[in-house]
Design a binder for this molecule. Sequence first.
Ligand code: ADP
Ligand code: F6P
Length: 549
Amino acid sequence: MQVVQIPGFARTAVARENLAMTDVTNYLDGRTLILLSNREPYEHLASAEGIHVRQPPGGLVSALDPTMRRTGGIWVAWGSGSADRETADSVGRLGVPPFEPTYTLRRVWLTESDIDGYYLGFANSALWPLCHLLIQHFEFHNEHWECYQQINARFATAVYEESLRARTTPQVWVQDYHFALVPGELRRYAPDIFIHHFWHIPFPPPDMLRLLPTGVPAALLRGLLGNDLIEFHTERYAHNFLNCVREFVPEAQVRGESLRVSVDGRQVVLGVFPISIDVERFEQLALSAESDERANALRQRYARGGRALGVSVDRIDYTKGIPERLRALDRLWQESPELRERFTMIIVATPSRTELTPYQKLEAEVLATVRDINERYGTPDWEPIVLVHDNVHPELLAAVYRAADLCLVSSLQDGMNLVAKEFVASQVDEHGVLVLSRFAGAAEEIDEAVLINPFNVGGFADGIRTALEMDVGERTRRMRAMRAQLRRATIFDWLEAILARCADLMDDEEALASRERRRGFASNGAGNGSPHADGGAARDEYRLGETLP
Ligand code: ADP
Ligand code: F6P
């Protein structure tokens, strides 16, 4: 079958340049990184023209593909694309990125009923709304929870198999709320393996987890406590996690000041690592000749004659506050008729999780509201909202971000929100204003944005007005400051901080193990030592001695 290259893939040239910068692999010290996430970085899709490959939208993939390109290793994920089986080997493995492989993708196959129960069910109808404090969308079904447990066990097995295949000692890095039970499960097969976990979404306070049936919160938390290190975007999420452990796992000892938990004779450390983006890549995409041309064309079309141009980019998800954004725009054009024809909004919104009713309803609501606003305020010469109802490639995104005078991020709750950072990185002409929800993790990190509360429609409309009226000097000052701040905290700084922390913790563990070995040696007296007399022997033991669960 023919493989059709999509435009987004030109970016590999930029990624290769970055490889020459900091060598984060030093922190791995020769270990093989095994990353686990639900969403895969490259999805192969069958179409009439052949097989297409695409990168699914979402913060996790955007952030982790550049990091895996740097570290190499193995990425284990659900093979969700319609042509995924045809493009992988019999085990589900293939080299990626597809046109210039630097790491291995191991796909795991799920049936329709697995997807219904584990992904659409427990992960996205129970955990997702609870973690985002949006309980009106919360649904629990026992069969979903059972399926989540089974699928977590299946992914733990896949990771374990890859760890046996790895040529060097593995370090496992689990991602997100789809796999809360994997660390606990994996530790049963491989007690000495180093496991860490990045939680990409908010971690909720105990009252949210209490909405789950008795026993479920404790099972989730005990699963997560199988990690050596758990990483969150903000300190607030880390403290929420500790409060949940205090409430639901009574046998654990929580030390809030040092962000640690002692449980089952082990230490679990929490860390705060706000995720970021490949800043240089976005900057370079925005600076390219194509972007320049596209940005000019966009301004020519939508912002001619001194009109301002706004942008927003999201998956159509109820956490993103899209109806709230539309209400604020409606209020703005209603209350300030002088702003009609003075400001065009480009909304780039891609369908997401479309099998779920709340997402279907949201998509229908967004389409209907945009139509309604355009009908009420549009003129023969002006369409207030230009809706790009699609998954747009990064080159085009960078050009739209560059062209825009303001970017609206209106999340009701959001772990971080990478769109805010992509906008700042792409603002190479430094004229844009970031209007940012104070409920996005990014608001706790980025200074100089115009902060808004999406639940307060009048205040949100005022925030947009402030951005539109801000003078050029102030815009430039703010954008310059945000860009300087962002350059000091890129995705590679994030990766480096996490891997450095893991290396420190592994050193601590080795030091502890060696103290224990010495103690074992002294108490044995005979000098034949413990069976774990060296790291390699301990590892061989679990390699050879364990049968696959
Ligand atoms: P989430 O992880 O909840 O989707 P983020 O804002 O953190 O939210 O990350 C979204 C990522 O997905 C960004 O990299 C963004 O560019 C990408 N994305 C979102 N919507 C689209 C879209 N319509 N087209 C292309 N990429 C998108
Ligand atoms: O960032 C949160 C997240 O759930 C990621 O784990 C995920 O890849 C992204 O949002 C998009 O969602 P989905 O993978 O369900 O399409």
